[in-house]
Design a protein. Structure first.
Length: 314
């Protein structure tokens, strides 16, 4: 299987080298297609094996389709949302479910558009955009209530920030989600430029083809790619939630130096560095789970205290 994958990558790199020389316009079109193309979903048995017991299935409609997930714990409690990354699925964050429920939170976990069990977006299966992922998150939040804490993995952090901005608007009733009390971003890429660089280097896409691809991608989403940078989005808010950043020093998909930059720029933030876990294994590392759950519990206590104070003065 690994040998087959490496053969496919070598073939793709050869094709892009040829197109960069002969037709960067065509190379850019192919790169755009692959940029928005989601990987094949995981086996159903793998997802079922990682699905925490209990919970209740739900569907939420948004402007271009339906997203599906499960809710754990009692609705009306402080609420935690679990947001997977590009090509991911919500059970990747399943280790956080029961510990957060045990701390008295309601946990809402779902698959983004064209991911997992959710329906396709307007362009069909196995393709979507960060804008649409943000709009879907905002729609789920309108159904279950303001987020106390959002736990997001990888590019899910960028779609979470987009959900809290005008990037999430578009439909008749679409509006940004209110700021949560706290955020936990795990293995988060901080800029689209960094993601694009990783993508183009992996597939051998030349600079002329990349420029065409970027122009086409921005036309598709209707926004400059840089609008999705984590710090660019953060700068639009006069007040930001407390932030826990978890990043592995061996993460080959998202730069740890960028995480340090975000931590330094974000007023109320804490950076936790792990070693040897890469891009995905922090999601089920017990020490990481413990720190994220502690953040969620503290945020829930703050929400409860705020509600109690409002009742006393009301």
């Amino acid at each position: 299987m690994a040998s087959e994958k490496s053969t496919i990558v070598r073939t793709i790199r050869t094709v892009f080298a040829h197109l960069e020389d002969r037709s960067p316009a065509l190379g850019g079109r192919l790169a755009e297609y692959l940029w928005f193309r989601l990987p094949a979903p995981p086996r159903g048995a793998l997802r079922r094996g990682r699905t925490p017991s209990g919970g209740e299935a739900f569907e939420v409609r948004w402007e271009h389709g339906v997203v599906r997930g499960r809710v754990y714990g009692d609705r009306g409690r402080p609420t935690a949302y679990l947001v997977h990354g590009w090509g991911g699925w919500w059970q990747q964050l399943g280790a956080f479910v029961q510990p957060l429920v045990d701390e008295g939170l309601c946990v809402v976990a779902f698959d983004g558009p064209s991911h997992g069990d959710s329906g396709p977006d307007r362009r069909g299966p196995r393709t979507t955009t960060f804008v649409e992922m943000a709009q879907a998150l905002a729609a789920v939040e309108r159904e279950f209530g303001r987020a106390t804490v959002v736990v997001a993995h990888s590019a899910g952090a960028l779609s979470t920030m987009a959900a809290m901005s005008d990037l999430a608007t578009g439909g008749a009733d679409a509006r940004p989600m209110p700021l949560p009390e706290a955020l936990a971003f795990i293995a988060a890429p901080t800029t689209i430029a960094g993601m694009l660089d990783t993508f183009s280097r992996a597939l051998g896409i030349g600079p002329r083809s990349v420029e065409v691809m970027r122009t086409r991608a921005e036309r598709r989403i209707g926004r400059p790619m840089d609008d999705f940078d984590l710090l660019t989005q953060a700068s639009s808010h006069p007040r930001l939630p407390r932030l826990l950043l978890v990043h592995d020093t061996d993460d080959a998909e998202a730069s740890v130096s960028a995480a340090v930059e975000v931590s330094n720029a974000w007023h109320d933030s804490r950076l936790v560095l792990t070693e040897g876990l890469g891009h995905r294994r922090p999601l089920w590392d017990p020490a990481v789970v413990k720190q994220v759950v502690e953040l969620g519990a503290t945020a829930a206590d703050a929400v409860r205290a705020e509600s109690a104070a409002a009742r006393r003065t009301g």
